[in-house]
Design a protein around this ligand. Structure first.
Ligand SMILES: Cc1cc2nc3c(=O)[nH]c(=O)nc-3n(C[C@H](O)[C@H](O)[C@H](O)COP(=O)(O)O)c2cc1C
Length: 192
């Protein structure tokens, strides 16, 4: 399965970016190729000018076009997804997510904005043609505890929610035979 991960956080040390990486590692058994689009690293002037001919932006759009599975992560800003993520999603073609499976991910300071994935991000994904949208995973900052290594420590319940959201992929035809064998023996999606 070709997977692209889109990170919509402007922060270098990013909880939502780390959650994205965690989801990516849980997908090891179904990954054929994976890539990351960190929107913060794309050239800002070209991004704001919607210059899809700029090489890095064109490459990011190509990565999304070629993906079977798109992981989209964002911090919650002012009760919605980040403006940075929207700037990138606006560059995708009108039907840019049609035929793809999409996993929405978000982190926020408060559980109060848990539904932002449903009322803000999912309608945009749907407008881009996504019909196979997996259950979104929202984590509060308290569920991702800072670690001295620079990473975060997720609580067990959060890891279980990611695996539950990804479970439909374990049943998909896109699974490689080896991964199917592991899934049958109960190892898949628990091995990361
Ligand atoms: C400008 C700004 C606005 C924010 N607005 C919200 C908000 O409305 N609701 C919320 O739960 N958290 C809010 N937060 C907290 C972030 O969503 C939270 O810390 C998130 O984990 C940051 O993700 P990141 O480290 O990937 O950037 C806000 C943070 C910033 C900097």
């Amino acid at each position: 399965m070709n997977i692209v991960s889109i990170s919509g956080s402007p922060s270098q040390r990013s909880r939502s970016g780390w959650l994205l990486q965690l989801a990516q590692t849980r997908l090891e058994s179904v990954t054929r190729h994976s890539s990351l689009v960190a929107v913060r690293d794309l050239p800002p002037a070209a991004l704001l000018a919607c210059d899809t001919s700029q090489a890095d932006i064109a490459e990011a759009i190509r990565q999304v076009r070629d993906a079977d599975l798109v992981l989209v992560s964002t911090p919650i800003y002012k009760a919605a997804y980040s403006g940075l993520l929207k700037v990138f999603l606006d560059l995708l073609p009108a039907d840019g997510l049609r035929g793809k499976t999409v996993l929405p991910l978000a982190t926020g300071g408060s559980i109060g904005h848990l539904l932002a994935l449903d009322y803000a991000l999912k309608p945009v994904l749907s407008a881009l043609g996504a019909r196979d949208i997996l259950d979104g995973v929202f984590a509060t900052d308290a569920q991702l505890v800072s670690h001295v290594s620079g990473g975060y420590v997720p609580d067990d319940e959060l890891v279980s929610r990611i695996d539950r959201a990804l479970a439909p992929l374990a049943e998909s035809r896109a699974l490689r035979p080896a991964a199917i064998a592991r899934e049958r023996s109960g190892e898949a999606l628990r091995s990361a």
